[in-house]
Unconditional design. Structure first.
Length: 322
C-alpha cells in the first residue's frame, strides 16, 4: 500500500508557530508578527510546502521586498525587513526543531538595507524648542524637555508616573511602556495597553540632568499620577505626537516627531563624546552595536581631531620616558 504524501503548507506551519509562541510573546508583538506574515509572507509562500522553500528562494523574495515592496513599490524600510527576516527564521526553526521537518537553514539570512536617515534637531532648534517649552511649561512641555535630555521613548514617557521619578537621587525608573495596538481578530479596532518595555535592556534607570530637575520639581504631582497628564489617566502616544507636531510647526520646524527628540538626544551625546556604553544603556538599546550602527558616524573633522590627539599623546609619552 502506497503511503499518503503529507504536505506541510507554509500557512499552516505559520498558524501553528503563532500558537506555539503565544505564551512567550507580548500581545503587541503577537499582533505585529501576525500582520507582518499576512501582509508580506503569505502572498508569496502561503500554499507552498515549507520543505520546498530553499534559502535562495527566500533570500530572493526578501531582496524583492527591499527593492520594490510596500504600497508605493519603493521598497520596505530597514526596520520592517529586519522584522520579516526575524519572523521567517523563527518559523523555519519551529518547523525544523519542533515539527522535525527537513527545511532550509536560514541562519545566514540578513535584511540588507540602508540605515534610515534620522531627522535631528540642530542645536539652535533644540534650544528654541526647550525655551518655548520652559515658557509655557504644561505637563506635555515638561515631557518634551525630558525627551530632549534623556532620549526616553514616547511609549515610555506616556507610561511614566511620579512614583517612577526619584527627584532626591535625580533618576527615573523606566519599567513600562504604553501603546495603542490592534485588537486581535478585529482589524478595525484598537486599544491602549500598558506593558513591560520592548526588551530587558529597556528596563533601566536614567539620570535626570541638572537643567531638567527644576522643570520636574515645578510640576511635581502625586505618586499615582502620570507625568504627562497630571492625572490618574494616561495620555496616549498619538496625543503627544500631535502636540509635538503642532508646537514645532509653530516654531517653523519641519518633520519633527517624537523620534526626532530621541535621535537629537543621542546625537548630542555623540557630539560631546559621551561613551557609547553609557549612551546605549541610557537609550535602552538591546546591544551597544545598535547604538554604534545608528548614531556613531564621526565626521572626517572628528576623525582627524581624534587621531591628532593620539599623535600628541604618543609624543608626550615619549618625552616623559626620555
Amino acid at each position: 500500500m502506497r503511503g499518503i504524501f503529507v504536505r506541510y503548507l507554509f500557512k499552516d506551519i505559520f498558524t501553528e508557530w503563532l500558537e506555539y509562541r503565544r505564551g512567550d510573546l507580548k500581545e503587541s508583538s503577537l499582533i505585529k508578527y501576525r500582520n507582518i506574515v499576512k501582509t508580506y509572507l503569505l502572498p508569496c509562500f502561503a500554499d507552498k510546502d515549507i520543505r520546498t522553500l530553499s534559502y535562495e528562494k527566500v533570500k530572493e523574495y526578501i531582496e524583492e521586498l527591499r527593492q520594490s515592496g510596500g504600497r508605493q513599490r519603493k521598497g520596505l524600510s530597514a526596520a520592517t525587513l529586519r522584522t520579516i527576516v526575524t519572523v521567517i527564521k523563527s518559523i523555519f526553526c519551529y518547523a525544523s526543531n519542533t515539527k522535525r521537518l527537513k527545511v532550509a537553514s536560514l541562519s545566514d539570512l540578513k535584511a540588507d538595507s540602508k540605515q534610515k536617515e534620522y531627522r535631528v534637531l540642530t542645536t539652535t532648534e533644540q534650544i528654541s524648542l526647550e525655551e518655548e517649552c520652559r515658557e509655557k511649561l504644561t505637563h506635555k512641555d515638561a515631557g518634551i524637555i525630558l525627551m530632549l535630555f534623556t532620549g526616553i521613548r514616547i511609549g515610555e514617557l506616556c507610561a511614566l508616573k511620579w512614583s517612577d521619578i526619584d527627584l532626591k537621587n535625580s533618576s527615573i525608573n523606566i519599567s513600562r511602556t504604553l501603546q495603542r495596538i490592534q485588537t486581535e481578530g478585529e482589524a478595525a479596532k484598537t486599544k491602549i495597553v500598558e506593558t513591560a518595555p520592548k526588551s530587558q535592556k529597556s528596563i533601566r534607570q536614567v539620570p535626570i540632568t541638572s537643567n531638567v530637575m527644576p522643570v520636574l520639581e515645578k510640576i511635581k504631582g502625586q505618586p499615582g499620577e502620570y507625568l504627562l497628564s497630571g492625572k490618574s489617566k494616561a495620555t496616549e502616544p498619538r496625543t503627544m505626537q500631535r502636540y509635538i507636531k503642532s508646537l514645532t510647526e509653530k516654531l517653523s520646524m519641519k518633520n519633527v516627531t517624537c523620534h526626532t527628540l530621541r535621535h537629537s538626544f543621542a546625537t548630542r551625546c555623540v557630539e560631546y563624546r559621551v561613551d557609547t556604553k553609557s549612551l546605549s544603556e541610557v537609550l535602552g538599546h538591546s546591544s551597544v552595536q545598535i547604538t554604534m550602527d545608528r548614531y556613531v558616524h564621526p565626521s572626517m573633522e572628528m576623525k582627524k581631531k581624534s587621531i591628532d590627539l593620539m599623535v600628541k599623546g604618543m609624543y608626550r609619552k615619549e618625552k616623559v620616558v626620555e
